[in-house]
Ligand binder design. Structure first.
Ligand code: PMH
Length: 384
């Protein structure tokens, strides 16, 4: 039996992941831990495969968005001795479960502890990372009182260990560094409120890690650039070394036909052939995360650019071919063909969004093929 039956798939080049992690490790130095941020199914790249590769390449921790993602990694085989940090909020009643799985939680409210101690003492102590809001305005304590109340609760109960303190930058990927500097200085000031020094102090995401290796304390939370993507357009000219994009997206023509001028294509009959044209049908649509706004963009077929014509359907879309091509011809939506390349950034630009959004929007319906040294080591098909 085959791993998947529809000829549409994403390819994740794990060598690129490995290279990007190793490059960051060299960039930040041996005293800084690389925390591989593998939330949202590793930004759509496959959480367990990216996690394993990042750990092989020298990452020492994993970070996810919420507890379910951390428990999923344990289920998929990430051993207990690999610490996982939940970056989002976790209900206090789940603290003992997290502790039992060596999952560290982000804490930022004193009243969280009031509820968490109800379940104390825990079988295993819970590692907590205290989050400080220096200007991201999302999660985090902002006052000395809050910080001291949390420190007091931690010192009162051996079930809690302050493993880390951190903050998150809102503008580290922008040319102008005023707000970044404001947040960094605020973080320095807030750190003085700590009566106990945790082993880990971290503030950097990819952008800050790449730009300010001397201002990231002792861990970097490495997300977007582990996947080989620049944190922003502005950052591209500031990259200290080249990144290798890991994600590509492909399909194969299911139908080829010649239409005459005046014939219509797809829902709404919005596209009208100008003259005789060769039209190909591609089995990918908005239920795969290739959204309707991708209309008017192009794909690569036989090394040439082929425009998407007519509305993108739920499962299929049509393209105008440069000339007749056989059914089964490979179509590349993101990636390279014969020297031409469509990058994640190109797709993001077409729909006025950021590159982060593209791979993690490619849905569970698209199987992921994992490559190492150019050969397939695994296929993950969430449909079957
Ligand atoms: C707290 C935290 N740390 C680190 C990262 C990694 O950042 P990077 O991918 O730029 O390296 C993120 C990513 N968070 C998000 C990325 O996109 N939207 C977000 O909320 C984050 O939320």
């Amino acid at each position: 039996e085959k791993a998947f039956y529809r000829d549409t798939w994403a390819e994740i080049d794990l060598d690129a992941i490995f290279y990007n992690v190793q490059s960051m490790k060299q960039h930040v130095g041996s005293h800084v831990e690389v925390i591989a941020v593998v939330k949202a199914n590793a930004y759509g790249h496959g959480d367990i495969q990216v996690a394993k590769t990042a750990l092989e390449a020298g990452a020492t921790r994993l970070a996810v968005a919420f507890l379910d993602e951390a428990l999923a990694l344990r289920k998929k085989g990430i051993s207990l001795d690999v610490p996982i940090l939940v970056l989002g909020a976790t209900k206090p009643q789940y603290a003992p479960l997290a502790a039992s799985q060596n999952i560290a939680l982000t804490v930022f409210r004193a009243d969280w502890f009031e509820q968490a101690i109800v379940y104390a003492p825990y079988e295993q102590p819970l590692n907590v990372h205290m989050k400080l809001d220096t200007g991201m305005g999302r999660l985090g304590a902002k006052t000395k009182e809050e910080v001291q109340q949390m420190i007091y609760a931690i010192e009162q109960h051996p079930s809690f260990i302050l493993e880390g303190v951190y903050t998150h930058f809102a503008t580290a990927d922008e040319q102008n560094i005023d707000y970044f500097s404001f947040q960094y200085d605020t973080f320095l000031h807030m750190l003085e409120w700590l009566s106990i020094q945790p082993p880990l102090i971290h503030c950097a995401n990819s952008a800050a890690g790449l730009r300010y290796p001397d201002r990231i304390f002792n861990a970097v939370r490495f997300g977007i650039s582990m996947y080989g993507l620049a944190p922003s357009q502005e950052m591209k000219s500031l990259l200290p070394y080249p990144l290798k994009e890991a994600f590509s997206l492909h399909s194969r023509l299911t139908h080829v036909k010649k239409v005459k001028g005046g014939e219509k294509i797809s829902y709404g009959a919005t596209y009208e052939a100008e003259t005789d044209e060769w039209i190909g049908t591609v089995p990918i649509g908005y239920a795969d995360g290739w959204l309707r706004r991708m209309q008017h963009f192009s794909v690569l077929v036989d090394g040439k650019r082929a425009p998407i014509v007519g509305r993108v359907c739920m499962d299929q879309m049509m393209i105008r071919l440069p000339y007749e091509l056989p059914v089964g011809t490979k179509v590349t939506l993101i990636g390279e063909q014969q020297g031409d390349r469509i990058s994640v950034d190109d797709v993001a630009a077409h729909v006025n969004t950021i590159n982060y959004e593209i791979p993690c929007t490619i849905s569970y319906r698209v199987p992921r093929i994992f490559l190492k040294n150019k050969s397939i080591i695994e296929v993950r098909n969430a449909v079957l």
